[in-house]
Design a protein around this ligand. Sequence first.
Ligand code: SAM
Ligand code: SF4
Ligand code: SF4
Length: 371
Amino acid sequence: MAERVIPLVDQRISGLAAPRPVQPIPATGQLADRLHRPLRDLRISVTDRCNFRCSYCMPKEVFDKDYPYLPHADLLSFEEITRLARQFVAHGVRKIRLTGGEPLLRKNIEILIAQLAQLRTVDGQPVELALTTNGSLLARKARALREAGLQRVTVSLDGLDDTVFRRMNDVDFPVAQVLEGIAAAREAGLGPVKVNMVVKRGTNEHEILPMAQHFRGTGTVLRFIEYMDVGATNGWRMDEVLPSAEVVQRLHAAFPLRALEPAAPGETAERWAYEDGAGEVGVISSVTQAFCGSCNRARLSTEGKLYLCLFASQGWDLRALLRGGAGDEEIASAVGAIWHQRGDRYSELRGQVPPDAGGARRRVEMSYIGG
Ligand code: SAM
Ligand code: SF4
Ligand code: SF4
């Protein structure tokens, strides 16, 4: 019988020990890394599980019933997440996004949202609170999420054609239910709702125009994302990437566009307006146009490791600090020291690393640190 191969070194076992600086690094909201990038955005993965098996993220052959997901005791509790998040906010974070895996699978997620909604930025403003979801449970949960204090959702949707969509999620999930979720989010006031479509050349590129047509003029902002070489399991190939420039060309030919200014510094999406006033559309060119120079994001994994880049191979173990009895000042100092030494800029360097350098094999999975 063929042996089962998991082409993945389990990054969850080894973490980097969080530093304990001799001189405390107080949280002043002014933190900058080695490339002078501030810390503004925190993504928190609340589960490594998902009910979809998108082949570019959790291919079925790897994430099957024998896959070693994290046991519950290893996950950060809501109290632990909130305690860490408070230190990040004190260091300058203004926006928190919950992600996963599928974040709506985490039981009682509303309780966490209610806790995070209490946090205030260094200028005394509420933290911007958003969530990225595959939309499968959104119709049921949108209202409760809003009532708990969630402000916005981003829904991932890779096509409108039911056959294409069922094939992409690889669990035969119907597109109609995700569309119901988007409508429910809008009604609940979780807007403006954004919809993210990962474009894979040869798989769903023919869905670009129908998706644009569907969401134009609805107030829902559609963004096309280049298929990325995240993780170590999706078998990524450059020839399956459809560059954003080509997406824009195709859109422009059908619905004339004009470029818009970025809404905020560090924003990853390039924004375009429909000339006829039917709203806007965006492209995220993670592969063909690196935006590392303005990357102000940190990622907290499901079990409390801090990752400084989507393509990092190791994370800093903040859970060990928490569970070892560290005080808030110690945690703030550790976060400060970790961010100070950050020099990550994978996308800018992509292609310069020889393919045999083993980088891909060591990379952490997107379902574990969140997108
Ligand atoms: N399950 C939720 C969802 O799908 O929205 C949240 C987690 S998912 C990892 C976050 C985002 O990452 C999704 O929009 C997904 O499409 C995107 N993503 C996952 N793998 C990707 C890849 N290889 N290239 C580009 N985007 C990817
Ligand atoms: Fe699940 Fe989101 Fe990954 Fe798809 S992209 S497998 S929905 S975590
Ligand atoms: Fe940020 Fe890393 Fe992506 Fe560059 S490659 S934009 S540093 S997450």
